[in-house]
Design a protein around this ligand. Structure first.
Ligand code: DQA
Length: 144
């Protein structure tokens, strides 16, 4: 079986998973979520993980994915709701991408109920906690 190179990108404040509002985001750290994900898809995908609290660094990383990965899963954090630039970076690379969120953004504050980034993605998965990442990779695989 061919192993696909995929990037899993996390935006601001997701480095604090485990500590951060566990009633919303669960108890798992980002390191554990990433390790579980690599384990789950060990036979299908080689995952590269990236997290940054900085919009420009996320954009630079997306650009650097060109020619290196065949698909991306992104949890843009709060940038989902604000960043036309991240949306444009995904569109510019044309790398198939799935947006994920741990929480159900549509069941939260009004300002979270829109994702600017989603329009450059194949689709959006939210509300399943850490499982959203796994569902994101699963959704991506048939498209790469
Ligand atoms: C989040 C949802 C965002 O609204 C929030 O700003 C986050 C986490 C999620 O995974 O549920 O940082 O992306």
């Amino acid at each position: 079986m061919i192993k696909h190179a995929l990037a899993v990108i996390n935006g601001p404040n997701l480095n604090l998973l485990g500590l951060r509002e566990p009633h919303l985001y669960g108890n798992k750290t980002l390191a554990i979520i990433c390790a579980d994900l690599q384990q789950e898809f060990i036979s299908q995908a080689e995952l590269t993980f990236f997290q940054s609290n900085h919009e420009g660094a996320i954009i630079d990383f997306i650009h650097a994915c060109l020619g290196k990965v065949s698909g991306m899963v992104i949890n843009p954090g709060a940038y989902a709701h604000t960043s036309i630039a991240i949306r444009d970076a995904i569109a510019a690379t044309a790398i198939p991408c799935v947006e994920v969120h741990l929480s159900n953004i549509f069941a939260r504050e009004n300002f979270r109920q829109e994702s600017i980034v989603a329009s450059s993605c194949l689709g959006l998965i939210c509300g399943f906690g850490a499982q959203s990442y796994s569902l994101g990779v699963r959704a991506l695989l048939p498209h790469i």
